[in-house]
Design a protein around this ligand. Structure first.
Ligand code: FAD
Length: 294
């Protein structure tokens, strides 16, 4: 099934999980143990991120293929513009499609660590909208069925964008290039999402916008992640996390409560689904899914 098919009738919120390809063999073993447990929670699909460079890239396809072909669950490979020429992108796309994967989360990718700006690779692309164009051209040239394409949206704006208006104008390019859905960056205050959806709709974007939520695992971990991606932590939540600075179990409990609260409000509000950044672990998301099903 392709992304847009999930959101056609809007009968129920579509739940997706996002996992990442581990860097080490040990972490890969752990993920392989966790995968059946994640699948058993019955998300509608699982997406697999694409590493900045190197070996984890091979693992994206390996893991996505396993989800699709061993567990029979729908999946999507993330794909970025980092380090790939147009010819290399075609090769990757061919491999993704040969594995039976019908969905791609198309991204630009981050600049390498320590660099401020994104430098496009030789004969590659500078922005995600160009990658979306490339995928649509590729499927036409290959005479393939339409691939499901998701792109990223930023309720608190992308860190490099001068303001939210410019960022949403750039988001519109990605949709006009042919993306089917928008998955958002994580956020901890639903007000950002509600106002983002309003602004996005005001510029004429009509595709489904799926909020992205991340359960907090520890105070340190979430500090590191939010400082990289630019999402903010509301003062009340920050105070709770400060009090659990050295107690991961407590921070985790706070994170699960926060995630359930946000997800319930988003679903009541009418969000078409929730994309959970599950960080390759089934324990937190199991509790969250149980609470949502109740
Ligand atoms: P773009 O949409 O290209 O935007 C990047 C910046 O350029 C923005 O500031 C935007 O306003 C501006 N811009 C966009 N288009 C234009 C244009 N045509 N002209 C001028 N300016 C423009 N990273 C990974 O490495 N691997 C992953 O698997 C991965 N998965 C992710 C999944 C989700 C749901 C999200 C939200 C992020 C993910 N990321 C991933 C992180 C992402 O790669 C970074 O946030 C990256 O910095 C921007 O990617 P993008 O696709 O949003 O870029």
């Amino acid at each position: 099934m392709r992304f847009p098919d999930y959101f056609k009738d809007g009968r129920k919120p579509i739940i997706s999980f996002e996992i990442f390809p581990p860097k080490t063999d040990k972490a890969m073993e752990i993920l392989l143990d966790e995968l059946p447990q994640l699948v058993a929670l019955h998300p509608d699909y699982i997406t697999v991120t694409y590493g900045a460079m190197g070996s984890t890239r091979e693992r994206t396809l390996e893991i996505a293929s396993l989800i699709k072909n061993r567990y029979g669950m729908e999946t999507a490979c993330h794909l970025t513009c980092v380090g790939a020429s147009r010819t290399e992108l075609d090769e990757i796309l061919k491999r993704i499609l040969s594995a039976g994967i019908q969905n791609i989360v198309a991204l630009r990718g981050d600049p390498p660590r320590g660099e401020e700006t994104f430098i496009p690779p030789p004969d590659g692309y500078s922005y995600a909208n160009e990658l979306v164009d490339h995928i649509r051209r590729f499927e036409r040239q290959m005479g393939r069925e339409r691939i499901g394409i998701a792109v990223a949206g930023y309720p608190e704006k992308h860190p490099e964008a001068p303001n939210i208006e410019v960022d949403i104008a750039n988001l519109k390019r990605k949709v006009e290039s042919g993306s089917d859905i928008i998955i958002t960056q994580l956020f901890f205050d639903n007000a950002f999402f509600f106002s983002f959806v309003k602004r996005v709709r005001a510029v004429g974007i009509t595709v489904p916008i799926i909020p992205g939520l991340m359960p907090i695992l520890s105070a340190k971990q979430i500090q590191r992640i939010t400082s990289m991606c630019g999402s903010s932590i509301p003062p009340d939540l920050q105070r709770e996390l400060d009090a659990a600075a050295d107690d991961d179990e407590k921070a985790n409990e706070i994170g699960i409560r926060q995630c359930i609260r946000q997800a319930q409000e988003l679903i009541r509000w009418g969000a078409p689904g929730i994309h959970f950044y599950v960080l390759n672990k089934s324990t937190c998301i199991r509790q969250i899914m149980e609470a949502l099903r109740r």
